[in-house]
Structures are given as structure tokens and as C-alpha cells.
Design a binder for this molecule. Structure first.
Ligand code: HEC
Ligand code: HEC
Ligand code: HEC
Ligand code: HEC
Ligand code: HEC
Ligand code: HEC
Ligand code: HEC
Length: 441
């Protein structure tokens, strides 16, 4: 272990101490059989900062499983988790909505991304009828979405063809209305989408399975009572803000929170002068996180409303290294203050580059999920592959704790890691660092 100046070895228990003056340090760690890695840490004067490690085994040198394959599919969900509701008869926070991306690569010495002349389709073999598990479509029109049953708010069905995205780099299906339940009632927030790529004549070129995470585990009931938490929420809202949400509901009129509170997740402008939904929720609840013992016992506290103690949406490599919501987003006060100081909810989020170096950061002013590799081994490969194509979604970055996540590397690379093997896409012998240092060819 070293900070570039001082070198220490861990003791038999794996413990180590470095004594440094106050300042910012990059700690490098190496150990036989593991990837060499680093973390950035701050030492305050006469303070102690603890840096824990979760080392990743060095990559295998195994060949890719199907060395003769002609096409590779990289597929992922845009967010590590989507939230929806079982019951929409009182209000709507978020509708059923899931987004899948697929990049198709023709494997050759050069490798090429295929954006025309093929059909890319998706189905959910175990989730073919969402109306079995949510009453969303009974109320959808009242919430402003005039869509028939099993069609999402952007017109996307439960199975169909994908279309080129705005960057013309991936195939996308936006807003697929799946629920966490299979048709037979099994609760599976990590359901599988089956992707099929066909040529113009209908011949199957390649297939793959990918997870589409969605959960209804918003535990408002931890504090709003288990009898009818939704009614309690409307009543409290009316009592504090002079609205008539409970009376309206009794008269058959339901409201989406985003009618009044702006919500960038839905592109909803809200009403002028009313706080954004994210600010209203985190700000109001910031001093109420120990309101009941059920809430106080929920760790991290964010799992009181984000899924959740059962769902465990946070499962990526950072959580395996001991990082939790607060380390990246701040606590309830941090969430609130960042918005009060100008952060736009949903559009400005934490960055990989906050902790990793400049070679491994997002594109300028771009979210992780929209960023592409710009420092590839060779200039021709730049600006083609999404970060998520190799690393998977935020909160589920490979290698993850959930076996549902690594289906793509398992099929095309033969392990559970992020995509590291050049042979996943190239036939010839290629070598080099996937993120080249310092630019240049
Ligand atoms: C709060 C700081 C933080 C943020 C933000 C962060 N990481 Fe990490 N990352 C870490 C730590 C800590 C490790 C684990 C180091 C160890 O213990 O091995 C790690 C490890 C990794 C690894 C494994 C490689 C290695 O050197 O161990 C990958 C890949 C990775 N992160 C990708 C990402 C991506 C992609 C993002 C953005 C979506 C991101 N990280 C954001 C702190 C962070
Ligand atoms: C950790 C406890 C806790 C959790 C979890 C929780 N709340 Fe609350 N919430 C409260 C408390 C306490 C109040 C205030 C109750 C009172 O004053 O009687 C409140 C009040 C509210 C209000 C009224 C605030 C106002 O000024 O209009 C709304 C709306 C609300 N909660 C929505 C929700 C929703 C939606 C969820 C789930 C996504 C949720 N809450 C989860 C504790 C919680
Ligand atoms: C008819 C308009 C309307 C609807 C619908 C509505 N709200 Fe509000 N809400 C308001 C107004 C107005 C306020 C008070 C002004 C403000 O907070 O900006 C408020 C305040 C709040 C607050 C307290 C904010 C604070 O810091 O004190 C919370 C929490 C909240 N709303 C959550 C919700 C949730 C959750 C929903 C959906 C279940 C919802 N609201 C639906 C209009 C609405
Ligand atoms: C009382 C319920 C509640 C708690 C507790 C809560 N959230 Fe949220 N959070 C919400 C709701 C509801 C939304 C969705 C708002 C929307 O649709 O815009 C949300 C949205 C978000 C977003 C996306 C919007 C943005 O501001 O960028 C982030 C990030 C987030 N929460 C992080 C956290 C973190 C971190 C914690 C724990 C420190 C936490 N939340 C705790 C209810 C909660
Ligand atoms: C290692 C850092 C890290 C940790 C830990 C982390 N997040 Fe995030 N989170 C991010 C990043 C990065 C984004 C932005 C993703 C993007 O740019 O597309 C994000 C985005 C979000 C969003 C917006 C929707 C989305 O997925 O993009 C929500 C909500 C959220 N986080 C909640 C949480 C909650 C709740 C926890 C803890 C259970 C948590 N996060 C833990 C880094 C983290
Ligand atoms: C073609 C696959 C691929 C793409 C696309 C990709 N990465 Fe990586 N990434 C890798 C590999 C392989 C490694 C490990 C070797 C290295 O660090 O260069 C890695 C390592 C990382 C790490 C861990 C660095 C550390 O501390 O050890 C982070 C963070 C990261 N990438 C972020 C990103 C971001 C952000 C993007 C998009 C701008 C991205 N990656 C795009 C394959 C990829
Ligand atoms: C996920 C798929 C993927 C992986 C993995 C990948 N590449 Fe590429 N590579 C591409 C694509 C796509 C192009 C762009 C070809 C074009 O359109 O010009 C490319 C182009 C190249 C080129 C320029 C074309 C040529 O043959 O001279 C080189 C060199 C290259 N990659 C090297 C590497 C190396 C080295 C690795 C492993 C560290 C790697 N690639 C891993 C997809 C990939």
C-alpha cells in the first residue's frame, strides 16, 4: 500500500496505518492475484481517515466462450433500479417505466457497431401482462397519460422492436411498463428481458438476456401507518398545505405529485412557485428519519423510500467496497442542500470522476448513463461505446453482488467482470489499456 511517497504492508489482519500531514492523497494498493487499484482520501489535521478495500481478483486469461461468434450484444438497463407502485388509486409518484439499451457489434479484426439493416427486439418471457399486478391503466388517463393497458407512458409495449437512440449508437426501448411481478405472481424485481437481433431476412444473428430491475418497495408505511399509508399521506399533505387531495380522491379524482411539483424524471414542469418533488420530499423528511423504530432500523436510511431492504438496489462494486448512498449523494440534509444550492434533480448526479481519475470519468456535463468511452485504446474506437455497455448501470456496476446482473459478460466474456477482453469484439490479437492514459493513438 502506498500514497506515492510512503509504502506500508498490511499486517496479518489486513490492517495498515500511514501517518501523513493534512491533505488530499491517492492511495495505491497492490496484492498478488488482485487488480492494482487506488482510492482518493482526505486527511484532516490530527484526524484519522479510514480507507477500506474490496480488492477484485485479477482477470482471468481465459478465451471468450464462443471464439467463432460473429456478433456481440451489449445490453443494459439505464438506471440500476426503477420505482413504480402496486396501487395508483390514491396518487402517482412514478408510473411503470423501464428503459433498455442494446449495442450490437459485428465481430471482426476492426469491429463495427451496427445501427442499420438489423432488427433488435425484446420480450419479457415471464412478464407478459402487467395489468395482473398494477391498476395503473385504470387511472392513467387521469394522470395525463392516455395509453391503453400494457403500454407505457411513451407508447412502448411489453415486447417489441427497439429503435436507434438520439446519438445513433444504441438501440433503445424507453419506458417499458413492467412490474416486479412475474405473470404467475412471483415477486422478482430483477426480471429478465430476452433480446434478439435479426438480419433483414429474419435470420437470428445473436441473442442475449439482460436484467430489467424494477421495484415497488417504497416503504412509506414505515412511518405513515400500515392501515392506509396512502390516505394518511394525502391527509397530512392537505393539513399542511391546504390542498384537497383526500377529498378529491374520495370523489374519484386522483393526482400525480408531478401535477404541482416539477419532476425531471418525467419532464413535468409542475406549478410555478411549488418546490420540485425531490426537494419537497427530501427536505420535509430530513429530520424525520427516526420517526418510528421501523424507520430508524432501516439501513441505509434511504431504503425507507428507495428500494429497499428486500430489493437491495445498491449492489455494485462500490457498495462491495463499503460505499453507501451517503458517500456519493450525501445524507438527507446533503440531498436537500445540493438542490437548494442549484443542483437539478435527476439531471445532475454524482460522478465516477469524483473518486476516480480523469481517464475514468464521464464526458463533460453528461450523466454517466449518457457518457461514452472517449479514451479508448485507439481513436477509431472513441465515442462509440457507452460506459454502461461495459460497466453496467449505476448502483449495479460490475462486479455486482446480484447474480442477475452479469448475464452479458457471462455469455460473451466468460466471467462476471466489466468488459475487459478485447476479443469480445475483435477477432485479431489486440492489446492495450481499455482506458488509454494521456490520449493519443
Ligand atoms: C464515492 C467514491 C466513488 C464513486 C463516486 C465511484 N467509485 Fe468506483 N470505486 C470506488 C472505490 C472505493 C472502489 C474500490 C477500490 C477497492 O477497494 O478495490 C471502486 C472501484 C471501482 C471499480 C473496480 C476497479 C478497481 O480499481 O477496483 C470500477 C470498475 C469502478 N469503481 C467503476 C466506477 C464507476 C463506473 C463509477 C460511476 C458510475 C464509480 N466507480 C464511482 C469509489 C467510487
Ligand atoms: C422515516 C419516516 C417517514 C417515511 C419513510 C415517509 N414519511 Fe412522509 N412523513 C413523515 C412524517 C413524520 C410526516 C409528518 C407527519 C405529521 O406531521 O403528522 C410526513 C409527512 C408527509 C407528507 C406531508 C408533508 C407536507 O407538508 O405536505 C407527505 C406528502 C409525505 N409524508 C409523503 C411520503 C411518501 C410519499 C413517502 C414514501 C415514498 C413517505 N412520506 C415516507 C415521515 C415519513
Ligand atoms: C394540487 C397540487 C399538489 C399536488 C397534487 C401535490 N402537492 Fe405537494 N405541495 C403542494 C404545495 C402547494 C405545497 C407547499 C408549497 C411547496 O412546498 O412548494 C406542497 C408541499 C409538499 C411537501 C412539503 C414540502 C416542504 O418542504 O414542506 C411535500 C413533502 C409534498 N408536497 C409531497 C407531495 C407528494 C408526495 C405528492 C403526491 C402524492 C404531492 N405533494 C402532490 C402542492 C401539491
Ligand atoms: C421520505 C422518502 C424518501 C427518502 C427517505 C429518500 N428519498 Fe430520495 N426520493 C424520494 C422520492 C419520492 C423521489 C422521486 C422524486 C421524483 O420522482 O422526482 C426521490 C428521488 C431521489 C433522487 C433523484 C432525484 C434527485 O434529486 O436527483 C435521488 C438521487 C435520491 N432520491 C437520493 C436519495 C438518498 C441518497 C436518500 C437517503 C439519504 C434518499 N433519497 C432518501 C423519496 C425519498
Ligand atoms: C458509488 C456512488 C453511488 C452510491 C453508493 C449510490 N449512488 Fe445513486 N447515483 C450515483 C450516480 C453516479 C448516479 C447518476 C447515474 C447517471 O448518471 O446516470 C446516481 C443516481 C441516483 C438516482 C437517480 C436515478 C438514477 O439511477 O440515475 C437515485 C434515485 C439514486 N442514485 C439513489 C441512490 C440511493 C437510494 C443509494 C443508496 C441505496 C445510492 N443512490 C447510492 C452514484 C451512487
Ligand atoms: C469497452 C469497455 C469499457 C467502456 C466502454 C468503459 N470502460 Fe471503464 N473500464 C474498462 C476496463 C477494462 C477497466 C479496467 C482497466 C482500466 O482501468 O483501464 C475500466 C475501469 C474503469 C474504472 C475504474 C478505474 C480504477 O480506478 O481502477 C472506472 C471508474 C471506469 N472504468 C469508468 C468508466 C466510464 C466513466 C466510462 C465511460 C466514459 C467507461 N469506464 C467506459 C472498460 C470500459
Ligand atoms: C465492446 C466492444 C469492443 C471491445 C471490448 C474492444 N473494442 Fe476496439 N473497437 C470497437 C469498435 C466498435 C471499434 C470501432 C471500429 C470503427 O467503427 O472504426 C473499435 C476499434 C478499435 C481499433 C481500431 C480498428 C483497428 O482494428 O485498427 C483498435 C486498434 C481497437 N479497437 C483496439 C482495442 C483493444 C486493444 C481492445 C481491448 C483493450 C478493444 N479494442 C476492445 C469495439 C470494441
Amino acid at each position: 500500500m502506498s500514497d506515492g511517497t510512503n509504502l506500508v504492508s498490511t499486517d496479518t489482519n489486513g490492517a495498515y496505518t500511514l501517518n501523513e500531514p493534512a491533505g488530499n492523497y491517492t492511495l495505491n494498493v497492490s496484492s498478488g492475484g488482485y487488480l492494482t487499484t487506488y482510492q482518493i482520501t482526505t486527511v484532516t489535521s490530527s484526524g484519522t481517515s479510514t480507507v477500506n478495500w474490496a480488492l477484485t481478483n485479477a482477470y482471468g486469461s481465459q478465451p471468450v466462450p464462443a471464439s467463432g461468434m460473429a456478433y456481440t450484444i451489449l445490453a443494459w438497463n439505464d438506471l440500476g433500479m426503477h420505482c413504480d407502485q402496486d396501487d395508483y388509486s390514491y396518487f402517482c409518484v412514478l408510473p411503470p417505466f423501464n428503459t433498455l439499451h442494446v449495442q450490437v457489434i459485428r465481430r471482426s479484426d476492426d469491429a463495427s457497431l451496427i445501427m442499420s439493416g438489423i432488427t433488435v427486439s425484446y420480450t419479457f418471457p415471464k412478464k407478459t401482462n402487467s395489468t395482473l399486478h398494477t391498476n395503473f391503466w385504470t387511472y392513467a388517463a387521469q394522470y395525463g397519460w392516455n395509453v391503453p393497458p400494457n403500454i407505457g407512458i411513451t407508447g412502448t409495449p411489453l415486447a417489441g422492436n427497439m429503435a436507434p437512440d438520439a446519438n445513433n449508437l444504441s438501440w433503445v426501448a424507453t419506458g417499458i411498463p413492467i412490474t416486479p411481478y412475474d405473470d404467475d405472481g412471483t415477486w422478482d424485481p430483477y426480471g429478465t428481458a430476452a433480446i434478439t437481433v435479426k438480419d433483414g431476412s429474419g435470420n437470428v444473428l445473436q441473442t442475449a438476456n439482460v436484467v430489467a430491475p424494477v421495484s415497488t418497495e417504497m416503504m412509506c408505511s414505515n412511518c405513515h401507518g400500515t392501515t392506509n399509508p396512502q390516505l394518511d399521506i394525502l391527509q397530512k399533505h392537505d393539513a399542511y398545505n391546504g390542498t384537497t387531495l383526500a377529498a378529491d380522491q374520495a370523489n374519484g379524482i386522483v393526482h400525480a405529485c408531478s401535477e404541482c411539483h416539477s419532476d425531471n424524471a418525467l419532464g413535468a414542469p409542475g406549478q410555478a412557485g411549488v418546490e420540485s418533488l425531490s426537494l419537497a420530499m427530501h427536505n420535509f423528511h430530513k429530520d424525520k428519519m427516526t420517526y418510528t423504530s421501523a424507520a430508524a432500523n432501516t439501513t441505509p436510511d434511504c431504503y425507507n423510500c428507495h428500494p429497499g431492504a428486500k430489493t437491495q438496489c445498491l449492489r455494485g462494486i462500490m457498495s462491495r467496497a463499503g460505499k453507501s448512498c451517503h458517500d456519493c449523494h450525501g445524507d438527507m440534509y446533503g440531498m436537500t442542500n445540493s438542490i437548494l444550492s442549484g443542483r437539478q434533480p435527476w439531471l445532475q448526479e454524482p460522478k465516477c470522476g469524483n473518486c476516480h481519475d480523469a481517464v475514468h470519468q464521464e464526458n463533460t456535463n453528461t450523466l454517466y448513463r449518457n457518457s461514452v468511452l472517449q479514451d479508448a485504446p485507439e481513436g477509431d474506437m472513441d465515442n462509440k461505446l457507452y460506459c454502461e455497455a461495459c460497466h453496467n448501470s449505476t448502483h449495479a456496476e460490475l462486479t455486482t453482488a446480484n447474480p442477475a446482473d452479469p448475464t452479458i459478460p457471462q455469455k460473451f466474456q466468460g466471467d462476471n467482470y466489466w468488459i475487459w477482453n478485447c476479443s469480445v469484439c475483435h477477432t485479431g490479437t489486440k492489446s492495450g489499456s481499455m482506458h488509454r492514459q494521456g490520449g493519443g493513438d
